[in-house]
Design a protein around this ligand. Structure first.
Ligand code: TXE
Length: 480
């Protein structure tokens, strides 16, 4: 057996083990083997990482650097990531069984996160407010300080860079704590940041579990901003902890996305996106279209095609180029998703296709469920797996009410060829993003986030600027 890889913390530009030498095992969920070990961050390690970021902010060059110089450093990091793209993708695929082509796509998006936010801060403009009193006020956007970023395992590199890139672009220094399930690619990112010449302490990586590693970061009063993506329950704990020292939080939490297919939809397009929306990344996407509403008039035809498309997905080794769908990311997550699937018949639902794998793999096949009451846990809770619950509807008013009947409000999709209906329904849906006749398309300038249990705040473009800076008003007298 090959030697296990080791992923340390990256603190002050150096990869280091934990102070007490503790480690944890890193699994490959497809082979169900341990392939690596990572440093288990303690409160002492979190303290080291925050001290490094604090020093780099208070005394280092990064927040004081010319904007173009900072952008150039981030672009060097993006270039290095591009050179190592297949290594980064290999780590995510090994670590969580994401099909390799999808992992490569995530790496490309991660590279773009750095390039986009580097340029966005370099080229940004402020506002000027002419005043009748003979003064004018202008706005200035200064860095906020030390950012603690806590990321999940479903898009290990992509979600981390979505936080780190705007944070450092605006002159902050940061500590990123990846999920304990997927420490690998983010640790390589930390190594590359040092190689790209980012000053020590600008981008620290702290590995370890939610507690003590994550909770020590959020509770530390030297931290000025906390950005988190994960479950709604942990989001509440993170917000409570950050409130002890009044650090603003940005929370991107769970979802139970509604996907609405109207009678006049282009069915080929709607089926294609319905499959992508719930089975891509084995459904481990906060934006998943996990509640599907289909108009009665096209229900039978749509469902025949949807079931056939789900059954046609090639399941297997995530490194096989033919594979479109693979295991869930961990044993713990497999147990969670399986228990929801097991609950479906007990709650009166029907499994049309899919179900839990019977070969002992941590795999749940693309699963389509009907006839569940709206109160059933599988209908209303976030499963975060490849399980789509389907309902039929008669009219627009009914489906808007059904779609909005959830604690979550991250995103929704609707498929129709009627322009007025598209606008009308989109504006009535309670969600941070509504996709019309598409899914998963993102422009980094746009607001991203959710309402209700799906989160607090928005990130993207100027929304990220609001969060990662301290806007200042400078009031000038004009002598006449
Ligand atoms: O999430 P956690 P888990 C949902 C999804 C999934 C469920 C549980 O439904 O099945 O959450 O997944 C860190 N202080 N989502 O257990 O606990 C943790 O180490 C500070 C939706 O992985 O929220 C990890 O880095 N940090 C989601 C991160 O929080 C803490 C993506 C997420 O872990 C902490 C992932 C604490 N007290 C899961 N406790 C999405 N919105 O996309 C844990 N962490």
């Amino acid at each position: 057996m090959s030697e296990r890889q080791f992923f340390g913390h990256v603190i002050d530009g150096e990869e280091v083990p934990s102070t007490d030498g503790a480690t944890f095992e890193v699994w490959n969920p497809w082979t169900r083997e341990v392939w690596a070990e990572a440093a288990e961050g303690s409160a002492a390690d979190a303290d080291r990482a925050v001290a490094s970021a604090r020093r780099a902010f208070d005394e280092g060059p990064w927040p004081r650097m010319a904007r173009a110089e900072r952008a150039a450093a981030m672009r060097r990091l993006a270039d290095l990531m591009e050179e190592r793209a297949d290594d980064l993708a290999w780590l995510d695929t090994t670590n969580m069984a994401k099909p390799f082509a999808q992992a490569q796509h995530d790496v490309a998006r991660s590279v773009w996160n750095f390039r986009f936010f580097a340029d966005h801060q370099r080229d940004h403009t402020g506002e000027v407010y002419p005043m009748d009193s003979g003064h004018h006020t202008y706005s200035e956007y200064g860095p906020a300080g030390v950012v603690a970023a806590i990321s999940p395992w479903n898009f290990p590199l992509m979600m981390a860079t979505w936080k780190v890139a705007p944070a450092i672009a605006w002159g902050n220094t940061c500590i990123i704590k990846p999920s304990e399930d997927t420490p690998a690619s983010v640790t390589l990112l930390g190594r590359l940041a040092a190689e790209a010449g980012l000053p020590p302490g600008v981008l620290n990586v702290l590995n370890g579990h939610g507690s003590p590693a994550g909770s020590s970061l959020t509770a530390d009063d030297r931290v000025d901003r906390v950005t988190f993506t994960g479950s709604s329950a942990t989001g509440r704990a993170v917000m409570a902890s950050a409130s002890s020292h009044l650090a603003p939080v940005s929370l991107e939490l769970g979802g139970k996305g509604a996907n609405i297919v109207f009678e006049d939809a282009d069915l080929d397009n709607a089926v294609h996106w319905a499959v992508e929306a719930i089975f891509r990344n084995s459904g481990q996407i906060c934006l998943a279209g996990s509640r599907l509403f289909v108009a009665s008039g096209i229900y039978d035809e749509f469902m025949d095609r949807f079931v056939a498309a789900a059954e046609a997905l090639t399941i297997g080794d995530p490194f096989d180029p033919a594979t479109k769908f693979s295991s869930l990311a961990s044993r713990k997550h497999f147990d969670k998703v399986s228990s929801y699937v097991d609950s479906v018949p007990l709650d009166g639902g029907k499994v049309l296709t899919g179900g839990v794998d019977d070969e002992g793999r941590w795999l749940v096949r693309p699963t389509i469920v009907t006839d569940l009451p709206v109160t059933a846990p599988a209908y209303c809770e976030e499963i975060f797996g490849p399980v789509c619950v389907v309902n039929r509807f008669e009219d627009e008013g009914e489906v808007v009410a059904l779609a909005n009947d959830t604690r979550f409000g991250l995103n929704a999709m609707l498929f129709t060829e009627n322009l007025s209906r598209a606008h009308r329904v989109a504006s009535q849906l309670r969600a941070g993003t509504v996709w019309v006749n598409c899914f998963f398309i993102r422009d980094l300038r746009t607001p991203f986030g959710g309402v209700g249990d799906s989160g607090v705040g928005r990130e993207g473009g100027n929304f990220s600027r609001e969060f990662f800076t301290e806007p200042k008003a400078v009031v000038m007298q004009i002598r006449r």
